[in-house]
Structures are given as C-alpha cells and as structure tokens.
Design a protein around this ligand. Sequence first.
Ligand SMILES: NC(=O)c1ccc[n+]([C@@H]2O[C@H](COP(=O)([O-])OP(=O)(O)OC[C@H]3O[C@@H](n4cnc5c(N)ncnc54)[C@H](OP(=O)(O)O)[C@@H]3O)[C@@H](O)[C@H]2O)c1
Length: 238
Amino acid sequence: MGRYVVTGASSGIGLEIALQLAAQGNGVIALGRDRERLRNLALRDRRIEVRVLDIRDRAAVAALAAELAGADVIDGLINNAAIQHNVRLDDRLYGADEIADEIETNLVAPLILSRLLLPRTPARPFVIVNVGSALACYPKATSAVYSATKAGLRMFSDALRVQFDGTPVRVVDVVLPVVDTPMTAGRGRGKITAGAAAAAIVRALEPGPARLHVGKAKLLRLLQLVAPPVAAAIIRKL
Ligand SMILES: NC(=O)c1ccc[n+]([C@@H]2O[C@H](COP(=O)([O-])OP(=O)(O)OC[C@H]3O[C@@H](n4cnc5c(N)ncnc54)[C@H](OP(=O)(O)O)[C@@H]3O)[C@@H](O)[C@H]2O)c1
C-alpha cells in the first residue's frame, strides 16, 4: 500500500483514480479546484484526503509540497489534471490567456509538482505517472496547444527516465484513447469509461512498462509502425 497525490481528482478519470486507489487501501491526497465536488468525493471514501488547490498557483503548490515533505511519506504522484480547448488557434475567443492557461495546467504544473514532490534523495522508491494522450504523437486539428502540451509531457517522462536511470524513481506515461468524461462531452465515439482508464493508470503504479498504451491506443502504436499516415489521419479528426 502507498500514499499518492492525484491531481484533477474532482472529475472524470482523476475522480475514479482516487476512488480505486482508496478502495485498494492506499492513502490518497486528491487535488482539484472545485470544492463541492471534492467534498462529495471525500464523503464517498473517507480514506481520501481532499485539497482545494489550483495547480497553476505556484505558492500554493510549494506550500503543499513543504507540508507533505514534513509529514508522511509520499510514494507517488499522478499528474492527471488537464484542460483542453477544442478550437483553432485563430479562434476569436482563444487568446493569449487561454493559451497560457492550457500550457500552465497541462505542462508547467506537472513539471513543478514532480520537482517538488520527488524525494529529497532518490534513494527512496517514488513513482510519477503522467497521464498522456495519443495527441502527443499526432495532432488533433482543433487542439494544437493541447497536443503540444501532451507531446511536452511525453518528452518530460522520457527525460526523467534518463535522469533517474538506476535509481528507485520510476516514471510512467499512460497513453489513453478517448475516454467518456466531461472533457469529451458531446464528441467522440467508442469511448472507454473513466473507470477503465483509471484502472489502467492505477496498474501503472506497479512495476511494469514505462509507457502504457490503453485500449485503442494500442492499435495506434501498431499503426505508427506500419502505416503512420493512417494513424495521423485518424487522430486529426478526433
Ligand atoms: N477524456 C479523454 O478522452 C482523454 C484522453 C486522453 C487523455 N486524457 C487525459 O486524462 C486526464 C483527465 O482528463 P478527464 O477526461 O478526466 O478530464 P475532466 O473530467 O475534464 O477532469 C479534469 C480535471 O482536471 C482538474 N483541473 C483542471 N484545471 C485545474 C487546475 N488549474 N488546478 C487543479 N485542477 C485542475 C479539474 O478539476 P477542477 O475543475 O476542480 O479544477 C478536473 O478534476 C487529462 O490529463 C487528460 O488530458 C483524457
């Protein structure tokens, strides 16, 4: 059993991750901005400790990390929170603030959280799971910035693996297919449930492959090898 920090636990996949980890007897520190939804999550399982925290707020993130460093040991971090704007870059309502928000939430915050929650000395086992997407490899036509953030997160996972090679620090990135959550409401077909996506992410905490493809993302990996243009054509229309 371990104790894990889960970002984006107030909705969709993150909420399911928190519930599944707690049901297995793990300690969970569940982060999100929506106080009411987090309160409901805590009521569903009292082993889940919820914290209202905007992961873009660097002072709040630093304070949480300092508090956790002085208390019980944390065994891992699941970087799950993200936002996705489904618009072209030149959309009238998509400006500098929206671009910066998407990058701060999906890329800058997970990198800072990873930095601050890593054990002071890498001699202690620690696992970072970065929740990724097929859009890290092939772009979706209406989500240029989101695709770029997921590609950045994927490279970050690869880079950390190189840095911490030979230490007990593990970094896993999970490549998800389309999942039925508020993020994909009203679009996408053949979606898997948030529970199924969460189960794969929870499994990624155990020793195993460094990159985990889930559901139809496994097919994408195959297409990448045998027919890259077909893979690209599928993803751009998602
Ligand atoms: N759904 C899919 O098809 C799909 C496919 C591939 C990958 N993914 C990835 O899966 C992960 C979970 O997505 P989801 O589908 O479960 O989305 P979701 O239901 O929209 O949930 C997103 C979560 O992120 C949190 N969040 C957003 N901005 C935040 C901020 N500034 N500070 C703190 N928390 C913040 C939200 O919490 P608050 O609203 O409380 O802030 C919410 O809990 C994401 O990394 C996403 O990119 C999803």
